[in-house]
Design a protein around this ligand. Structure first.
Ligand code: GLY
Ligand code: MN
Length: 460
């Protein structure tokens, strides 16, 4: 938990940004796997964590804008709970740690909400992503079809505050990146032919657990890297296959890291792999260099697409005018996803509040072109934004077959050559970057190797 002053300041800024009424922020509860007493690992709601700091299930926060008061509601533990869980803090003690004087049980919360409704006061809440929190808000407010009622004013205020990371938050992200560094250094040493993907996943998740952490999203580790979010881990590693590892951990305060590296099983890239790898790496370095305040991330995404299209043209897979190919979207056969996303307490930060509200603004609107439409972050970059830079090149057999049979963009793509790359897999390289006053900084106290030479030197 951060110092209580941080939570007091965050709530005060929120009060200033929302005009009138009450702000209701539900924490998460335990979520059962197969019966109530057997829950998934607990993950607190990120908005609750941000404004109320308490990393335990069963609490609700309330901010009264007009009365200038904050409240924490929850139930104190009974002796029955303590027998199973050990001694637990009282709600008053927890509230004090985050600078809140007013506490009550859940019955009191309902009374306070009922009172506010009777007086016709506005109650702001964020769009819930867990069914049980939807039901709870519906019960508390006496409404149904909750989707229509989430407060746009509150969503915008929360996004504007959480988008700009403080020093403490950057330090947390770098703690998560320390774990990522350990992960990748270990994996480069054990990704040998004959190992199973699941054994590597076990190593990674063991490292994460040994830091007392949890992954920030389920680990992607696969020799079939052309599937962007491949969570199947049953394949055996064979020499000369590419292995994509896209993984992240959480810091003690639950800030995320998100790093991808692509490794050659056996320790040496084939010349074909090296050709593609160098294109992705060049595009990633070019993207990072271009990040600074005032740049639109969509423009950087398109710059990357040009580097990728030019590189693929140089080795004969694409042809024609590169700028036109990118404008029309032909590169998306190989690079079908967006360049990156905001990162913070969530690996895709604040995606629960609406992807477009986080990643787009009044000037940059989402495209409906295949590939570009998947871009999660497109807006103008501002100091202290943190986001990923993660270009890739993939050879997706089903997509190649579809486009080839339709002769789509045949003036820009040499399908006879592309055909030979079916089975190649995919390459993605991802780092986490923050915008500074004048430029950018790649986050992480120690950079994770990514050049061909660095990787081969470690792996061989
Ligand atoms: N690293 C997973 C993702 O960005 O979607
Ligand atoms: Mn990512």
């Amino acid at each position: 938990m951060f110092d209580k002053k941080i939570y007091i300041k965050r709530r005060s800024l929120l009060r200033d940004d929302v005009n009138t009424g009450l702000i209701l922020i539900l924490g998460n509860n335990e979520s059962p796997m197969n019966y109530p007493a057997n829950p998934y690992p607990f993950r607190q709601d990120s908005n609750f964590l941000y404004f109320f700091g308490i990393d335990k299930p069963g609490f609700t926060g309330l901010i009264d804008i007009d009365e200038n008061k904050d409240f924490l509601f929850g139930e104190d533990f009974t002796i029955d709970d303590i027998i199973w869980m050990g001694p637990q803090p009282y709600i008053k003690e927890l509230a004090d740690k985050v600078g809140i004087k007013n506490t009550g049980n859940l019955r009191k919360l309902k009374e306070q909400i009922d009172n506010a409704i009777l007086k016709g006061r506005k109650i702001h809440f964020l769009p819930p992503y867990r069914a049980e929190n939807s039901f709870e808000i519906e019960r508390l407010l006496g409404i149904s079809n909750i989707k229509n009622y989430a407060s746009k004013e509150l969503i915008k205020a929360v996004i504007s505050q959480r988008s700009v990371k403080s020093k403490e938050e950057i330090a947390e992200i770098e703690k998560a990146l320390d774990i990522s560094y350990e992960i990748y250094m270990a994996v480069m040493n054990i990704a040998k032919p004959g190992k199973y993907e699941r054994e590597l996943v076990g190593e990674i998740e063991g490292i994460i657990s040994s830091f007392g952490s949890h992954y920030s999203f389920p680990t992607i580790l696969t020799i079939n890297g052309e599937t962007l979010h491949n969570h199947f881990h049953g394949n055996k590693l064979t020499k000369n296959r590419l292995l994509i590892i896209d993984s992240g951990a959480e810091s003690p305060e639950h800030y995320a890291s998100d790093i991808t590296r692509t490794l050659p099983v056996g320790g040496k890239f084939t010349s074909e792999q090296k050709d593609i790898y160098e294109i992705v790496l060049e595009s990633q370095i070019c993207a990072i260099k271009a990040t600074k305040p005032g740049e639109k991330y969509r423009d950087i995404h398109l710059k990357v697409a040009q580097v990728i299209a030019q590189g693929l043209k140089d080795i004969g897979l694409m042809k024609g005018n590169v700028a036109d190919a990118v404008k029309k979207g032909a590169h998306a056969l190989f690079f079908p996803h967006g360049l990156g996303h905001m990162m913070g307490l969530d690996v895709h930060d604040m995606e629960d509040l609406g992807e477009d509200l986080v990643g787009y603004d009044d000037i940059v609107k989402r495209s409906d072109q295949f590939g570009l439409a998947y871009l999660r972050l497109a807006r103008e970059l501002k100091p202290d934004f943190v986001f990923t830079v993660e270009p890739g090149i993939y050879f997706i057999p089903a997509l190649i077959d579809q486009w080839s049979s339709e002769k789509r963009y045949k003036e820009y793509i040499d399908y006879s050559k592309v055909e030979k790359f079916k089975g190649f897999g995919g390459i993605r390289i991802e780092d986490d970057v923050m915008i500074t006053d004048k430029g950018h900084r790649v986050l992480g106290r120690t950079q994770i190797p990514k050049s061909v030479k660095e990787i081969e030197d470690i792996m061989v």
